[in-house]
Design a protein around this ligand. Structure first.
Ligand SMILES: [Zn+2]
Length: 99
């Protein structure tokens, strides 16, 4: 069965929204771990973040998802993140250690 990327990124209205839960995991666990790996491995800042993101996305390609679909979906997600970043700047910086 082909993977429908749209279903993976559609927020639902629940408190247990899978998209929000995934974003929280990335923000609270994955990004800090990646930053630590970069520092510990003496790799350039954000190198694993960028290459890791591409590597994770390659799993979609291996599942047979067309690259155009991956790129279009990624673009939508980045739009969301850009909006979030802009909102955080208006609020006076990123949230501090909220869980
Ligand atoms: Zn959500």
């Amino acid at each position: 069965m082909p993977i429908d990327l749209n279903t993976l990124i559609e927020h639902d209205a629940s408190d247990e929204c899978p998209v929000c839960r995934a974003q929280n995991l990335v923000d609270l666990a994955l990004l800090p771990a990646v930053a630590a790996w970069e520092m510990r491995s003496e790799l350039p800042h954000l190198s694993i973040a960028l290459i890791g993101a591409a590597g994770l996305l390659s799993a979609l390609l291996e599942e047979g998802v067309p690259r155009d679909d991956v790129e279009a979906t990624l673009s939508r997600l980045l739009d969301d993140y850009e909006q979030q970043i802009a909102e955080n700047e208006v609020m006076g910086g990123p949230p501090q250690g909220t869980a």
